[in-house]
Design a binder for this molecule. Sequence first.
Ligand code: GDP
Ligand code: MN
Length: 389
Amino acid sequence: MNIHEYQSKNILREYGVNVPNGHVAYSIDEAVSYAKKINSNVTVVKAQIHAGGRGKAGGVKIAKDLSEVRAYAKEILGKVLVTPQTGPEGTEVKRLLVEEGCNIDKEYYIGLVLDRSTSRVVLMGSEEGGMDIEEVAANTPEKIFNEEIDPTVGLQAFQARRLAFNLNIEKEYIGKITKLIMNLYKAYDDKDCMIAEINPLVTTKDGDVMALDAKMSFDENALHRQKEIVELRDLDEENRNEIEASKYDLSYIQLDGNIGCMVNGAGLAMSTMDIIKFHGGSPANFLDVGGDATPEKVAEAFKIILSDKEVKGIFVNVFGGIMKCDYIAQGIIEATKQFDLEIPLVVRLEGTNVDLGKKMLNDSGLNITSANSMADGADKIVKMVNELK
Ligand code: GDP
Ligand code: MN
């Protein structure tokens, strides 16, 4: 789960990480009134969306007086920002961060991420921080330094210091940066983060060290013990269908293909996507309806799949183990009638009571194509969707 920059900065502030004085604003007037309160020579107006790359997309502006704050707030609020992380459709800006400007000397990158291959948190840093860190990672990976953290003892101060030396940080700042990194790790650990990233971390001309940007992302499996984090959730930033699906305990991820998939079990869902690809099609989603595919859940799954306007056909691939095939067939028939399904529907059932399930589908009089195997089903749905073109 992701949160906004200003929310991350509020958390980091509590942990003693130096961040600029700032406030979230939802309107132009609010932005100006906070800028007045902050009362600094330079005020930064920043778009708050859950995607990075805002600077280059015009979402970060430096204002020299209140009239500029007003002009920038007006420009950014309501704007659809398109960055490499938003996708081509972009994200509308609904919140701003109004912040005291600072006199940057040098920009660094510092991040904590979970490395799944070693099951350890890694501290990363680069001297080449700022807006081009992705290019640094791609072209000059030797400029990124890592410290692997042993979970039994946590991050050690010597590791933070070693990283600071690797980043060629000037002596006078080493102590401050080491402390900042240790505090960042404490926040990461306490709040069950997956990512905590500061880019840029800056040294200032006044001799300070400060986090100018902050991104925190949290482990959803730990949210049950992170009540204050859950409250920071901004549903505007999340896919509507995915929110709807989570209410019904369906695991749904929207993709950009045109064949809707309804499957039970994550492994079967993955292999269904693979086999559609193998037959030359493109899945519109990952959808695991789970072991208890009740008719209500099947109906909800259909509704979510059909609300994606790209979907040109549906492939149901269900193994009736705990759930019997006839019960699933009943759900499919009800949903097909309920939604007046006009696009091709291919169903592959296997497992307990499979013959009865298939008979119910055949006898329903509905336009449902039955498949004898996964490959047969994938082949059929891909052909049917292609014929529509
Ligand atoms: P991102 O592009 O989404 O990662 O947004 P950032 O918060 O990292 O801002 C982009 C860039 O704006 C930073 O790399 C800085 O160079 C610049 N910036 C951000 N805040 C300030 C500030 O307070 N003062 C100045 N001079 N520049 C800033
Ligand atoms: Mn940044």
